[in-house]
Design a protein around this ligand. Structure first.
Ligand SMILES: Cc1cc2nc3c(=O)[nH]c(=O)nc-3n(C[C@H](O)[C@H](O)[C@H](O)COP(=O)(O)OP(=O)(O)OC[C@H]3O[C@@H](n4cnc5c(N)ncnc54)[C@H](O)[C@@H]3O)c2cc1C
Ligand code: SF4
Ligand code: SF4
Length: 930
């Protein structure tokens, strides 16, 4: 099959190797089905060719975007058609507020790009950082702000859709007397079938229409019927929410809204569930854009202490109010909200946030709720199988009470949260599905809760997550035989061969088929949050080249390094996945463990020379003194060629690119110049309390960073010691030499032990020194490592906390526009605010935040030589983010990032370490004084 597909589409668009199929066997649901092949489509021709091939061979075809659905709808046993590479905004019409967009764009990216025009796409699933438009359309997604913007179905004008006949239609709303419609109905008989069927059964459809405010269960014949009453055949209503079972979307014309002029977010902690029920209708009169609830169990599970939630809160409401113009005073609305809540017993004062970063903090826990629950227990995991019910909004407290009693009876911990303003509750019990008792409870809860939602509450089993595999078997119970039969007719009309996403939406199979019992005992929620920051995924847009995919690959039973080398060696060890993972998984560490089983020999040889001999240092000095000769274009070309075979031992893609701007190698290393930099020299070192851990770059490169760090420390009244030190270990570990990294760590632990504070100027050294405890199981080494971790500070932290405030002045008397690239390892070490604080406090610095400041720049130590092409592709995003800021200077906190930034930006923008900018400002003040 893959051979055929390669012939059709080109080799680079088709995957069928073991690791790729493993990565594509999961989405964010509880299921697992390995496909036979994956197609990474890049055009409509690719889509049509794949559809035609699948239909001609009778092979199941599953469209897929980000794979974040919770229902198993983006996995399948045949071909996976991944639309991620079709991710562009094709056109934006500011005046008419619409855009034409491809299905592979991530919602957060879409809105980031639209925000420059003051626009946004309203529906906002909590997975917005990772989910993509195609999946949102197919699931009819919505989110906290449905109250204001509606679901996806309310925001689509038209869809370009490929049908199983391989013909393309423009699925828009057609007036019934429009001649184009007649032509369309003639050329696509399936459309006429649906039109007639809806007209004939209008009464049945009306009778069965859910009366709650949201429903994504079944095909939306209700929307189609509604259109017909207004004289329109409203095709988007049919295709939105059809979960890839009727056609494949290649482009959508979406409706946009104006971004609110200001927003207020509030947290309200209630002491009584019933009082929440009373308060909600009143709060709705304020026309909130979002009204969310988290029940007591949820608050316990996510940790009240972590989020300052009072012990006596039985539930917390998150309310958001928007102002459409700056004239609207949100403080008045805040007062009105407080007045509504006054009669009720609140567990604390209202928490109000007007500022964007504070608001983001309030939302953070809510948005990451589901994967965060993975931290709760090693065996009991949050299982999505009754996760999306809808009841009348005013009865949500009653529903919560019922659910708490139900799960209390089962003795099952459960998190209940959701969009209370719409009556849409997400119910996530924590179960060990490998335990027979828990499994029975799951099946019982599935039947009973869904039946209760239908019979007692008159609700829907599905508000926004889709039916997928998990609810497909209950659709008939929800709507009854007759309407279900109409749904079957709709499916047959468009897809007589049952090729498109079989088993999804309509199925007789039990929801327990294909449960991934192995994965549900692992630590990863498969939520794909890590993919949204993984620089490799950003470039390849393919699940086998992504953090989530790598988790699957390296933890698979049949994992083998040799089969998976291609993917396992592609990770940059940037740690972005670890920083962001709500479940506390460190994918990069799992990969390092696998690399440690096959350490790179050449890298090991180099690191051993570095650790134990002066020979490498002499060589580096020699190269430094001759750099003006060998670092010329034609000689670099020669070097590129000569070193190629040698570099291949590092990685098949490794080379010393002739056009890479190399850092200047020092002729005298920083350590050798110590006595010049610190007047009292090394003699006084033992009496010092602060040590400077310079790391390799500041020692070997003549980039001014080491000198600047020492100068800045001196200005703050500290003459740092420079105790003997070895490489912190990051690159050593990256190439799989854990023992060598441990040996170096032991050396550094002993050497740094006497000092109270260890200052670093390098992001990777900061993180590695803080991470030393992970290298040792227990004993004295572990104890020393833990003690060291507490003493390590990055220079920017040191300056931000310093009681000294040395005078600073504008550098060269001018004001510069400075932006900040936040190095991945410093973010992983938790240092994000301080560098920005320091920069913002400098005179003559007009600090401007960069859009993708927190994304990897692609340098990652030696990755720039290990895989130069990928590294440069990663940098492209950073380059355009920097360009957008209009900055003259990019500041960073890591010498390794500086290499990548200098190479990528050449001379268009100045690249400086934070320490260097501080040094310049102090010197400018001195010059002014003198
Ligand atoms: C932590 C977390 C929070 C979530 N919160 C919400 C929430 O608040 N609201 C909500 O609605 N959902 C939520 N979800 C579920 C999910 O993220 C959304 O439904 C999302 O819109 C799915 O998008 P996706 O890109 O991941 O689609 P995928 O999972 O890749 O696919 C979803 C469906 O779309 C189909 N599909 C994909 N692309 C196409 C195409 N081009 N043409 C036709 N069919 C296509 C697939 O076949 C599948 O049926 C959450 C999920 C997680 C993990
Ligand atoms: S590693 Fe973490 S962020 Fe990534 S998919 Fe798993 S749970 Fe989500
Ligand atoms: S460390 Fe970086 S490159 Fe590696 S998986 Fe994590 S995010 Fe991706």
């Amino acid at each position: 099959m893959a051979k055929d597909l390669r012939a059709l589409l080109g080799a680079e668009k088709v995957l069928d190797d073991g690791p790729a199929l493993t990565a594509y066997a999961v989405d964010a649901s509880i299921y697992r089905i390995p496909p036979q092949a994956v197609v990474l489509v890049e055009s409509e021709d690719d889509i049509a060719a794949t559809v035609s091939y699948a239909v001609s061979r009778g092979i199941p075809l599953t469209p897929r975007a980000a794979g974040t659905n919770l229902t198993g709808s983006a996995i399948g046993s045949g071909i996976i058609l991944d639309v991620s590479r079709m991710n562009r905004i094709l056109e934006v019409n500011r005046e008419e507020r619409w855009a034409r967009v491809q299905p592979g764009i991530v919602l957060a990216e879409l809105n980031k790009q639209l925000s420059s025009q003051g626009l946004l796409f309203g529906p906002d699933p909590s997975s917005g950082d990772m989910c993509k438009l195609g999946g949102m359309i197919a699931n009819n997604s919505s989110g906290p702000h449905t109250l204001r913007y509606g679901s996806v179905k309310d925001n689509i004008q038209s869809l370009r859709t490929c049908l199983t006949s391989s013909s393309w239609i423009e699925a828009r709303s057609y007036a019934l007397d429009d001649p184009t419609l007649e032509r369309l109905l003639t050329s696509v008989p399936a459309l006429r079938d649906v039109l007639v069927l809806t007209q004939v059964h209008a009464d049945l459809i009306a009778a069965k229409q859910p009366t709650v405010s949201k429903n994504s269960c079944g095909y939306n014949l209700f929307g189609v019927a509604d259109g017909l009453t207004r004289g329109h055949f409203d095709l988007p209503k049919l295709f939105v929410g059809s979960e890839g079972t009727l056609g494949i979307v290649s482009e959508a014309k979406i409706m946009l809204a104006d971004k609110p002029a200001a927003t207020l977010t509030a947290l309200i902690h209630f002491q009584s569930l019933e009082e929440i029920g009373e308060a909600v209708p009143q709060l709705l009169t304020l026309q909130p854009s979002a009204l969310e609830v988290m029940d007591a169990n949820t608050l316990n599970l996510i940790g009240r202490g972590n989020h300052s939630i009072p012990d006596n809160a039985v539930a917390t409401l998150l309310v958001e109010l928007d102002a459409d113009s700056i004239e609207v005073d949100l403080r008045e609305k805040a007062d009105a909200m407080a007045a509504i809540c006054r009669p009720y017993k609140l567990a604390s004062e209202l928490t109000l946030a007007f500022d964007a970063s504070q608001r983001e903090q309030l939302w953070k826990a809510r948005k990451a709720l589901y994967p965060t629950l993975y931290r709760f227990d090693a065996k009991k995991k949050p299982i999505n199988f009754v996760d999306d019910v809808v009841v009348p909004a005013e009865r949500i407290s009653e529903l919560i009470r019922y659910l708490e009693e139900f799960f209390g009876g089962q003795q099952v911990p459960v998190a209940i949260f959701g969009h209370i303003g719409n009556g849409n509750a997400h119910i996530v019990p924590l179960l060990d599905v490998n335990d027979a008792g828990d499994f029975r409870k799951m099946v019982q809860a599935y039947q009973e809760i869904h039946a209760t939602v239908l019979n007692r509450f008159g609700g829907s089993i599905c508000g926004e997550h889709g039916d997928g595999r998990v609810r497909a078997g209950f659709v008939k119970t929800m709507f009854g035989e007759e309407l279900y039969d109409l749904f079957v007719q709709v499916k047959k009309a468009f897809d007589p061969g049952n090729i498109l996403n079989p088993g999804i939406k309509l199925s007789e199979a039990p929801f327990t088929d294909h449960i991934d019992y192995t994965r549900l005992s692992k630590s990863c929620a498969t939520c794909a949050k890590c993919n949204s920051v993984c620089p490799v995924y950003d470039v390849f847009q393919s699940e086998d080249m992504s953090a989530r995919g790598w988790f699957e690959i390296v933890t698979a039973k049949d994992y083998s390094y040799l089969n998976s080398k291609r993917v396992v060696e592609s990770c940059l060890n940037c740690k972005s996945c670890r920083t962001i993972c709500p479940a506390g998984v460190d994918v990069s560490d799992l990969i390092l463990q696998k690399r440690a089983e096959h350490p790179n020999r050449l890298a090991g040889w180099i690191f051993k020379r570095q650790a134990h001999g002066a020979a490498l240092e002499s060589l580096l000095r020699f190269l430094g003194s001759t750099q003006h000769i060998w670092d010329r274009p034609w000689l670099r070309m020669l070097l590129d060629r000569i070193t190629a075979p040698f570099m291949k031992a590092l990685a098949p893609t490794a080379r010393l690119p002739h056009d890479l701007v190399l850092p200047k190698l020092a002729q005298r290393h920083l350590r050798e110049r110590y006595s010049q930099l610190i007047p009292r020299g090394a003699d006084a070192a033992p009496t010092r309390t602060v040590a400077y851990f310079h790391g390799c770059a500041a020692n070997y490169f003549d980039d001014g960073v080491g000198d600047a760090v020492i100068e800045v420390l001196k200005k703050h009244g500290v003459e740092p010691a420079l105790p003997p030190q070895r490489c912190s270990g990051t690159p050593i570990q990256t190439y799989g030499h854990v023992d060598l990294a441990r040996e170096g760590a032991r050396f550094n632990l002993r050497s740094l032990a006497p000092y109270e504070t260890i200052v670093t100027g390098c992001a990777s050294c900061t993180l590695m020194l803080k991470d030393y405890p992970t290298l040792f199981q227990e004993g004295e080494d572990r104890r020393q490592a833990e003690a060291l971790a507490k003493k390590v500070v990055h220079l920017s932290e040191f300056v931000a906390r310093s009681a000294e405030h040395p005078p600073m002045a504008k550098i060269h008397g001018t004001t510069k526009r400075v932006t900040y690239h936040s190095s991945c390892h410093l973010r992983a070490a938790g240092v994000t605010k301080e560098p920005r604080q320091v920069l913002s406090s400098m005179p003559g610095v007009n600090f401007v935040e960069m859009q993708d400041a927190d994304r990897c720049a692609g340098g990652a130590g030696t990755y720039v030589v290990k895989d130069y092409d990928t590294s440069q592709k990663i940098f492209n995003r950073k380059a355009s983010a920097i360009a957008q800021t209009g900055a003259n200077v990019v500041a960073t906190s890591c010498p390794a990032c500086m290499i990548q930034l200098k190479n990528g930006l050449r001379d268009s923008v100045q690249v400086k370490h934070v320490a260097q900018l501080l040094q310049d400002a102090y010197q400018a003040a001195e010059r002014e004084k003198s």
